[in-house]
Design a protein around this ligand. Structure first.
Ligand code: PAF
Length: 280
């Protein structure tokens, strides 16, 4: 495990000297099987896998769960090494944001939709830290989970706009047997909340099936909102059917032949905010 940019650079240089390509999986720790599947995916593409563990303060607003975000660095490092990571980068806040840092990355428009409406700071913090991590690690490939679909698309756009020579790969959402998407924040759910939390996936799955058989997009989305609230979610931030590339809402009506559609949702189970998404 390395903590400084200098040690990281030396470790990556040693791997490159062997002729290895570098695959990168950024994480905030509290790892679950979904993270390990991203490490495996990076390992399929590159000889050397680097993972980072950094709970990024700039993507949390005051009052969010930065302080209580689950942390288990020792366990995570062991899990990553077992999964085949050659280098685990655990930088400090000072290493990522040197004293007096003034530079941020903003992917306009795409960061202000969907989750960006409810967490206006969030994607600016994500883009900033991911750009900094890319500069530190200098990977050939970086893997991000499709569970955070908006994040994945924003990072693709940032890479395109800033000309990073990095291939961005999406890893399939890892789900529990009942369909609930794995997330570090699932640890906040009580047993009773957990038993109802998969309704967000059920509602999206049903809406995707309905859209596939020609039901107008807005009707299917309205039904999904009803199902999520009926399952006992205390608040619904959004259910939307969007164009996957631009993240813009689709026009109402049945989906045209060959038209791409992604359903995204965010809802609160008690005090835990869950997000999920599904391709149609
Ligand atoms: O998805 C996450 O865990 C985080 O948003 C990321 C990409 C590691 C940036 O802090």
């Amino acid at each position: 495990m390395v903590r400084t940019r200098a040690d990281l650079r030396a470790a990556v240089a040693a791997e490159r000297k062997k002729g290895n390509q570098i695959g990168f999986v950024p994480t905030m720790g509290a790892l679950h099987d979904g993270h390990i599947s991203l490490v495996n995916k990076a390992g399929e593409k590159c000889e050397t896998v680097v993972a980072s563990i950094f709970v990024n303060p700039t993507q949390f607003a005051p009052g969010e769960d930065l302080e209580r975000y689950p942390r288990d660095e020792e366990g995570d490092v062991a899990r990553l090494s077992e999964a085949g990571c050659s280098i685990v980068y655990c930088p400090s806040v000072d290493e990522m944001y040197p004293e007096g840092s003034l530079t941020n990355v903003r992917v306009e428009e795409m960061s202000d939709l969907l989750d960006g409406i409810y967490r206006p700071h969030f994607f600016y913090g994500v883009a900033t830290v991911v750009a900094r991590l890319f500069i530190h690690v200098q990977p050939d490939v970086a893997v991000f989970g499709e569970k955070d679909f908006q994040q994945l698309q924003i990072i693709r756009r940032m890479v395109r706009d800033l000309g990073f020579s990095i291939e961005i790969v999406g890893g399939a959402t890892w789900r529990d047997r009942d369909g609930l998407a794995q997330s570090s924040r699932n640890a906040y759910l009580s047993e009773e909340e957990r038993s109802r939390a998969n309704a967000i996936f059920g509602a999206l799955h049903r809406a995707a099936c309905r859209i596939r058989i020609g039901v107008p997009v807005e009707t299917a989305v309205r039904e999904a909102r009803g199902h999520i609230l009926a399952a006992g979610f205390s608040r619904l931030d959004y259910v939307s059917a969007v164009d996957p590339a631009s993240l813009q809402d689709l026009a109402d009506g049945p989906l045209a032949a060959g038209q791409a559609c992604r359903l995204l949702a965010a809802a609160w189970m008690g005090s835990t905010r869950l997000i999920d998404n599904l391709g149609v």
